[in-house]
Design a protein around this ligand. Sequence first.
Ligand SMILES: *Cc1c(COP(=O)(O)O)cnc(C)c1O
Length: 220
Amino acid sequence: MSSIAENVKRLLAELPPGVELVAAAKARAPEEVLEAVEAGVAAVGENYLQEAVAAKAVVGARARWHFIGHLQTNKARKAVELFDMIETVDSLKLAKEIDKRAAEADKVMPVLIEVNSGREPQKFGVFPEDVPGLVRALVGLKHLRVEGLMTMGPFSADPEEVRPAFRETRLLFEELRRQEIPGSAVARLSMGMSDSYRTAVEEGATIVRIGTKLFGPRLS
Ligand SMILES: *Cc1c(COP(=O)(O)O)cnc(C)c1O
């Protein structure tokens, strides 16, 4: 098996310019995250606040920190404190809480809207048709800045099964950019994981979130 550093270098060499690698670090030891960052990863994705605290204690400001898990409203203050971007905003209620906490911290929080592109009832995220309305509702929040969209897509090991969801999300992204909603700054499209990142890049991703292919299989 190749080392984390080798995996990072291979992936960075493969990704086209303009596509950012976010190392999805859930269930990894802080030392593993540090190895990825020292090999060139610029952004780390965390699903859990406690894991982010532990990894940040070791890695600190050598990386930017993206929150990629499901955020509960009562954790918004902590998330605003820990992260440089929250990729998973999926309701006006959560956005208002982030805005309020960012105001208290004297910060403007970059966020992405999580899109439930597969329209799966058990998944988090906003249905595609509801995204433009939510973006318009959010531009009034002065301590939060909508920078784009994130999606998981349907769960499948076959990237071709995920492609339609990526494509629909990209079309939505382009439509939002065309609308040039004042106060929004839509420029980032986060989609694709270890099994699907090549398809996601073909479909226009500007951020890929990769765990297994960098760190190896998750044991927990
Ligand atoms: C775990 C996770 C990833 C990475 O998944 P891999 O298949 O390990 O690459 C990406 N995005 C989110 C939101 C995740 O939770």
